[in-house]
Design a protein around this ligand. Structure first.
Ligand SMILES: [Zn+2]
Length: 69
């Protein structure tokens, strides 16, 4: 095959961490550091981890306190 429209060898996309151009080697990040940051978010609870314990929500609480005079 000929390289017809292959005039854009640069990787497309930005690093989700810092927004710098993505590096293919570390995609979708720009550097191993950013890759580490993303991993750290998981470990430190940056992402919501669902557990068996669910917080009790007052779904049946009436909204009668709406009128505060
Ligand atoms: Zn980055």
């Amino acid at each position: 095959m000929r390289q017809a429209n292959d005039n854009d060898p640069k990787p497309k996309g930005k690093c989700p961490i810092c927004g710098r151009p993505m590096v293919v080697q570390y995609r979708p990040f720009c550097s191993p550091r950013c890759k580490d940051v993303d991993l750290g978010r998981w470990l430190t609870g940056g992402y919501v981890i669902q557990t068996d314990e669910e917080p009790e929500q007052d779904e049946f609480s009436p909204s009668r306190e709406k009128d505060e005079t």
